[in-house]
Design a protein around this ligand. Structure first.
Ligand code: GLN
Length: 248
């Protein structure tokens, strides 16, 4: 898999079952932003047929529905590479169902609670109605200053425990949401940050909409304070359009 020691390895976790709404694109975006800056970078596709390596420099996992989540959780629990990587402080980006499976447990459609990986202090129960549409938030994580933008599509409401912090404060859309009936009041948060894991309900793929978040993850993966800026006018146009749409 690895070509040489200086190649940055991006572990794409279970693209065969997790990766709705173009979430696989997050790995492509990380690779491209590295290449624009002269780094060698490769995507390591980790499927249900593979043991999960702990040696990647950064990991990304996308969303999926119940059956995919259960399969993914079983594989990641059995093959403990991602847990070992997180213990070493390797950055992980987890989207939607990817966020839910990193938590303590998540409820599926039949009402049962599936134990997660226990790497995020969160639990997920169903909302009264599915959240579908644009989601925007003001970032709460040090190093992020730009509004976070994405597209959400989830039934689950994710409640944070004391060890987890929200990634942003919702300004449009639902974000982490509130469970129908048995959950606490909506705390207005979007996403979760805990240790080296950044998780969010933003599809999109999230990193095409949020270059600052992409670069924060990359600077952590590379162990550098800053990265040379890259100018992508089309991306800025998209962000301006989406921000304007969110204000209407
Ligand atoms: N099945 C989960 C939910 O509806 C996650 C969906 C997704 O990843 N888009 O909450």
């Amino acid at each position: 898999m690895s070509t040489n020691d200086s190649t940055v390895r991006i572990g794409l976790i279970l693209p065969d079952v997790m990766g709705t709404y173009g979430d696989d694109g997050n790995a492509l975006i990380l690779r491209q932003r590295l290449r624009w800056r002269g780094y060698d970078a490769e995507i390591v596709r980790i499927t249900l047929d593979d043991p999960v390596p702990d040696s990647c420099d950064i990991y990304a996992v996308g969303g999926g529905e119940d059956a995919a989540q259960v399969l993914a959780t079983k594989h990641l629990s059995d093959s403990r590479g991602v847990q070992a990587a997180v213990a070493k402080g390797t950055p992980v980006l987890a989207i939607c169902a990817g966020m839910q499976i990193f938590g303590e447990w998540f409820a599926i459609a039949d009402g049962s609670r599936v134990p997660g990986l226990g790497l995020l202090d969160v639990t997920t129960l169903p909302q009264k109605t599915r959240s579908i549409g644009e989601v925007a938030s003001a970032p709460l994580l040090d190093g992020l200053t730009e509004p976070l933008l994405g597209f959400e599509n989830h039934m689950g409401a994710t409640e944070l425990g004391p060890d987890a912090a929200p990634l942003g404060r919702v300004t449009a859309g639902t974000g982490n949401g509130v469970a129908g009936g048995e959950g606490p009041a909506d705390d207005g948060g979007e996403g979760v940050v805990q240790g080296s894991i950044i998780a969010t309900y933003m599809h999109g793929p999230a990193l095409s909409r949020n270059p600052q978040l992409a670069d924060l993850l990359l600077s952590r993966a590379l162990g550098v304070d800053t990265l040379d800026p890259v100018d992508v006018p089309a991306q800025e146009r998209l962000r301006s359009e989406r921000l304007a749409a969110g204000r209407r």
